[in-house]
Write a protein that binds this ligand. Structure first.
Ligand SMILES: *[C@@H]1O[C@H](CO)[C@@H](O)[C@H](O)[C@H]1NC(C)=O
Ligand SMILES: *[C@@H]1O[C@H](CO)[C@@H](O)[C@H](O)[C@H]1NC(C)=O
Ligand SMILES: *[C@@H]1O[C@H](CO)[C@@H](O)[C@H](O)[C@H]1NC(C)=O
Ligand SMILES: *[C@@H]1O[C@H](CO)[C@@H](O)[C@H](O)[C@H]1NC(C)=O
Length: 374
């Protein structure tokens, strides 16, 4: 069996130098270059092999670069690749599973493609390159997927938007989801539009953590998405999953290190009270909307009733979010205080140490003097 671990380490090394953020794969997947791969030894025909990958939320391998191909040929096995000749009447109309056309022809083995067992519309990759074969044959499966990104805070991170087509795009936007919330990413990052599809964080923050989706809408109405998980390695902050995260982050920025606990609470008092008030109001609205909705006799035919139902749902969500936020806020304040107190304590301890050392030195000198005089 091919030694994935060693190659993974070598490639990971190269990558950590290129981008300081780290790419990782889920368990059972191996990182090579900028993709995660999984080899499955079971023999399947092309269709079932493709399905196998799709069921894993991945795609059949599409080795488009020389580097990717050299990694795959080293594995020393024959397996399907996501390349097909959809129309034999157009000679060699090779198309990748993602819809793009085959550009480089230098990966074919000698004498391939030859359409020997016509129709040979599928492609396998092996130690010496590619060969066209009938799609009904059985081979092993290799799947590929995008790796997750782990970045340290304040690092520069770029999330790429890899979609099948580049033409006829009418709209392109990114969303970030954390748990059940999803919002359109518009601030704190550059790009993420038709002109610059990649989303660029110049100084990524712990609040930027989440599942990112690039949504691409085409003239035809077709929508494609590309997902990337971004994890932030935040050392001092608690992970938080709420709508108030940005507010907390803002406060985190503003908190002056030498503030006491009382001063800090005093500063945040008005904000805390505001949130509490909002929570109360929302609770009241929530119960009245639910009452109205449940007492409505018609089957939500009128838009008014639909509106009420919507309000109820929004209120429930907002209420929950605020409740969770309140808890997180308290945690956050506590942790911040603890952090700064810890710093202070450490400083104090340092001061004490240096004082003790001075004392000790003085005592030592004294003893030496008394000894020499004795
Ligand atoms: C692959 O095998 C399945 C049955 O397992 C069959 O239904 C399907 O038609 C086959 N596809 C090809 C391209 O041979
Ligand atoms: C883009 O649109 C033009 C005209 O609407 C069409 O001819 C072309 O095939 C489209 N390209 C893609 C990749 O869909
Ligand atoms: C996360 O940060 C800690 C402390 O700075 C470090 O030891 C660890 O290697 C980092 N992990 C990653 C994946 O960057
Ligand atoms: C302590 O805080 C005050 C403002 O509250 C600031 O002017 C001062 O520079 C701070 N001192 C240190 C050592 O951070």
């Amino acid at each position: 069996m091919f030694d994935y671990t060693l190659l993974g380490i070598i490639l990971l090394g190269t990558f950590t130098k290129l981008f300081s953020s780290i790419l990782t794969c889920s368990e059972g997947w191996n990182l090579h270059g900028s993709k995660c791969y999984k080899l499955d030894p079971e023999m399947r025909n092309f269709t079932n092999s493709k399905k196998f990958c799709e069921n894993l939320n991945a795609e059949m391998i599409m080795p488009k670069t020389a580097e990717e191909n050299s990694i795959l040929s080293e594995i020393g096995k024959w397996f399907w690749i996501g390349l097909m000749d959809h129309d034999k009447t157009i000679a060699l109309d090779w198309t990748w599973n993602d819809g793009s056309k085959l550009e480089s022809k230098d990966r074919w083995s000698n004498g391939e493609p030859n359409n020997n067992d016509s129709p040979e519309e599928c492609v396998i990759s092996g130690p010496n390159g590619w060969a066209d074969v009938p799609c009904t044959g059985i081979k092993t499966t290799a799947c590929q997927t995008k790796p997750d990104i782990i970045a340290d805070e304040d690092e520069s991170v770029t999330l790429t938007c890899d979609v099948k087509y580049k033409e006829n795009i009418t709209k392109l936007f990114w969303t970030r989801s954390t748990d059940d919330t999803s919002l359109i990413v518009s601030e704190y990052a550059k790009g993420g539009n038709i002109i610059l599809p990649s989303l660029v964080f110049e100084h990524v923050k712990w609040t930027d953590e989440g599942l990112y989706k690039c949504h691409v809408i085409f003239i035809s109405g077709l929508t494609l998405t590309d997902e990337t998980n971004l994890f932030i390695n935040a050392t001092n902050m608690l992970p938080c999953t709420c709508e108030y995260r940005r507010k907390l982050e803002y406060w985190g920025f503003k908190i002056i290190p030498n503030r006491t606990r009382e001063e800090l609470l005093q500063e945040l008092k008005s904000e805390l009270q505001k949130i509490k008030k909002e929570l109360k109001v929302n609770k009241r609205q929530l119960s009245s909307s639910i009452r109205k909705r449940t007492s409505a006799t018609d089957r939500r035919k009128s838009s008014k009733t639909m509106g009420l139902a919507g309000t109820a749902v929004i209120c429930i969500v907002v209420g929950l979010v605020i409740l969770i936020d309140l808890l997180s806020l308290v945690k956050f304040v506590k942790s911040t205080i603890t952090f700064w107190n810890f710093k202070k304590i450490r400083q104090k301890a340092k001061d004490k140490k240096s004082k003790m050392r001075k004392k000790f030195d003085i005592n030592k000198k004294k003893t030496q003097t008394s000894e020499s005089s004795a």
